[in-house]
Design a protein around this ligand. Structure first.
Ligand code: F0G
Length: 469
């Protein structure tokens, strides 16, 4: 992307942006034959969550918990203090999160959705509404499981996938004011800003939007919570795309982002490079007290929250490493590189590339497959069938509604190619581009899928499907 190339960091004046690490430990990839993959797919009921990982060649299912940890993180793991209460490792993490976010109360949890469940158990519930730029699937499910209603308010431009805009993760501020007016401020338990916006293309939220939305919420005394799984990628995209931030350190930008909210919940499995972990960080001591009560009930004591001491150490170190701007430059560039390759093959993607993944617009790529035959899932299956590449559907399988005979499609049919952090090299990505190019040449021959069984919530994890011929 010319924008990024023209704004390369001064410390790196060259054209090629390289992986800012070398490899110390390696794992073999899962090579399989075409016949084997066909059999695996059938046995998995055309749901890639059911495929054994050793049968996957390149795994782009998620960037969550799949990062390569650094030598320093592994070293920190050896320092893990496994005391039940008051472990040294907790205080290392607490200090790091306080420095990063400015929030006083730090509550570790085993992963992001635990933070969601805890927070909504006392701030959600029957009769309440949770507003967001867009809820991630588990966030929406946890809001709804508490009895509350989840409402997404993305900017209108977010739905125009082919039109690049710098901050398509933004909330629609006038729509936010309207929703507050319609539901009544006292019914709205919180406003969630997901940074970056994973559901609609991994798109960033601008600082201006964070400030404006924060001001509206403050006026109506509505708490603002950041769902900050990918805060550093968002902060770096602010640095690159928003006027006034080009020379500011990313750590400072992140701190400003947190300053417009009352707290955050983080799945540390993303930007903190850990395989498991998360936290809640809050300003309100009363909320923190209630959260800790529920934490003890289901996760563990307040200084470990369902994690080992070593996990807390790895998380603290990861939160520091992710703010390294050479890393972030490479990270954002490597996602763009995949996007550029797909564009060259005429494949419609969500434009512009966001922070952690490329999203293929399957509605435009496979217009002959109707939403009720899950076009994005059809492409996910074809990618696996063809070359053992695993992606994930973000469409009607994940977000569609099925009430007996009635089928309500999702608004989008996307295939997300999520890039694990520090795991794959450029040749792996070149291979993915080649395979998608090959599929693009014969895309009209692809057919859809029929849903045989799907749960009420988060159906995509357990659904069973079969091909429609
Ligand atoms: N919030 C966001 C924005 C997420 O992307 C995720 C997880 C969560 C919350 C929940 O965190 O998995 O640690 O419980 N996203 C993963 C993904 C699963 O593939 O995008 P978790």
């Amino acid at each position: 992307m010319t924008e990024l190339l023209s704004s390369r960091m001064k410390s790196w004046p060259w054209q090629t942006i390289i992986e800012p690490f070398r490899i110390k430990t390696v794992e073999p990839l899962g090579f399989t034959s075409a016949a084997e993959r066909e059999e695996v797919l059938k046995r998995a009921n055309y749901n890639v969550f059911n495929i054994p990982a050793e049968k996957v060649l390149i795994d782009l299912l998620t960037d969550s918990g799949t990062s390569a940890m650094s030598a320093e993180q592994w070293a920190a793991i050896m320092r893990g203090d496994e005391s039940y209460a008051g472990a040294k490792s907790f205080f290392v993490l607490e200090k790091k999160i306080r420095e990063l976010t400015g929030y006083r109360e730090v509550i570790p949890v085993h992963q992001g959705r635990a933070a969601e469940r805890i927070l909504f158990s006392f701030l959600g519930g029957e009769g309440h509404v949770v507003l967001a730029n867009a809820h991630f699937d588990t966030t929406r499910a946890n809001v709804e499981a508490s009895g509350a209603v989840a409402v997404d308010l993305p900017v209108a431009g977010a739905w125009n996938f082919s039109q690049p805009e710098p901050f398509k993760g933004n909330v629609d501020v006038p729509a936010l004011e309207k929703a507050i007016y319609e539901h009544g401020a006292q019914k709205i338990s919180m406003f969630i800003m997901t940074v970056t916006n994973n559901t609609i293309g991994g798109q960033p939220v601008s600082m201006r939007n964070l400030r404006d939305a924060g001001e509206v919420c403050r006026r109506h005394k509505i708490p603002v919570i950041l769902d900050c799984a990918r805060f550093a990628e968002n902060a770096y995209l602010i640095k690159r795309r928003e006027r006034g931030y080009a020379t500011r350190p990313v750590a400072e930008i992140a701190r400003e982002m947190f300053s417009y909210a009352d707290g955050c919940m983080m799945s540390a499995k993303k930007d903190a490079f850990v395989n498991i972990g998360g936290f809640l960080a809050l300003n309100n001591p009363e909320w923190a007290r209630r959260a800790r009560e529920i934490l003890i009930l289901g996760e563990g004591f307040t200084t470990y929250g369902g994690l080992a001491g070593r996990d807390l150490e790895a998380m603290a170190r990861g939160l520091e490493e992710v703010l390294d701007e050479e890393y972030l430059q490479y990270r954002i560039r490597s996602v763009e590189y995949l996007g550029e390759g797909l564009r060259r093959h005429g494949i419609a993607i969500v434009e512009p590339p966001g922070g952690h993944a490329i999203y293929i617009d399957a509605k435009r790529f496979l217009p002959h497959i109707p939403p009720r035959e899950y076009p994005a899932q059809a492409l996910v299956c074809e990618l696996y069938r063809n070359a053992g590449i695993r992606a994930v559907e973000v469409g009607s399988l994940m977000f569609g509604r099925r009430n007996n005979e009635e089928f309500l499609p999702a608004r989008m049919e996307l295939v997300r190619l999520a890039i694990p952090r520090r795991v794959y090299t450029q040749s792996h990505i070149d291979f993915v581009i080649e395979i998608l190019g090959e599929i693009a040449r014969r895309k009209d021959s692809l057919s859809g899928l029929r849903l045989l069984e799907g749960a009420q919530r988060l159906a995509h994890f357990t659904a069973r499907l079969e091909p429609v011929y």
